[in-house]
Ligand binder design. Structure first.
Ligand SMILES: [Zn+2]
Length: 207
């Protein structure tokens, strides 16, 4: 299954009516956040396939009763999990808190609490389906992988915990750009999770 994954930055050749000719046969769009919802809505309508997303630290507070805080026709999977096209997805939006009181920013402890709330349902779904988590979709990278030293780009330790418990096949994240030439945009950890920085986009095959 061909997947278009996007994050953080609008790409002109995706935000184009010829995107289906440029990148054909896309069956699913995944967004790691920090993108205008008009861009997500454009892609979901032009491809006419499901789009799953998590919010980033620059996205609005979707818990408010404001229709502009949601991407219409798309599925926000922040703090949730679901099966889509036979694959098992979980989502965790937001970044480390660097401006207290801003939506979609969490302290390390705050994000641990969110992960603890998700785990019972995730574990139950894994047992019931007998299926490994296929994709963990996050905005932030985990701590120590693809993250940075500055306060806004420190990775979230709760994502490392979620990876240890659920052993997803893929972790897709955004939020960090690579400034340094020697960094790889994907690494595989000891549990076999392929950690991929999507920023700004990637076309990939998921089986
Ligand atoms: Zn971000």
């Amino acid at each position: 299954m061909k997947v278009l994954a996007i994050s953080d930055q609008i790409i002109d050749r995706l935000y184009s009516t010829s995107v289906r000719e440029t990148y054909p046969d896309v069956s699913l769009v995944l967004s790691c956040g920090d993108l205008p919802y008009e861009y997500l809505e454009f892609l979901v309508s032009i491809y006419n396939v499901p789009l799953l997303y998590v919010p980033g630290n620059h996205d609005p507070d979707y818990t408010l009763n404001d229709s502009r805080a949601r991407a219409h026709g798309c599925e926000n999977i922040d703090g949730r999990s679901l099966f889509m096209k036979k694959l098992f997805f979980a989502g965790l939006g937001g970044s480390i808190e660097y401006q207290p009181g801003t939506p979609n920013q969490y302290t390390q402890l705050g994000m641990y609490l969110r992960v603890y709330r998700m785990l019972p349902s995730l574990i139950w779904k894994k047992i019931r389906s007998g299926q490994r988590l296929d994709v963990l979709l996050t905005h932030s990278p985990p701590y120590g992988i693809h993250d940075d030293d500055d306060p806004a780009h420190e990775g979230l330790r709760a994502i490392n915990l979620l990876m240890r418990v659920m052993r997803p096949r893929h972790l897709l994240h955004g939020h960090t750009i690579f400034y340094r030439q020697n960094l790889q945009d994907h690494v595989t950890n000891s549990n076999g999770t392929k950690i991929i920085n999507i920023y700004p986009f990637r076309v990939m095959n998921l089986e």
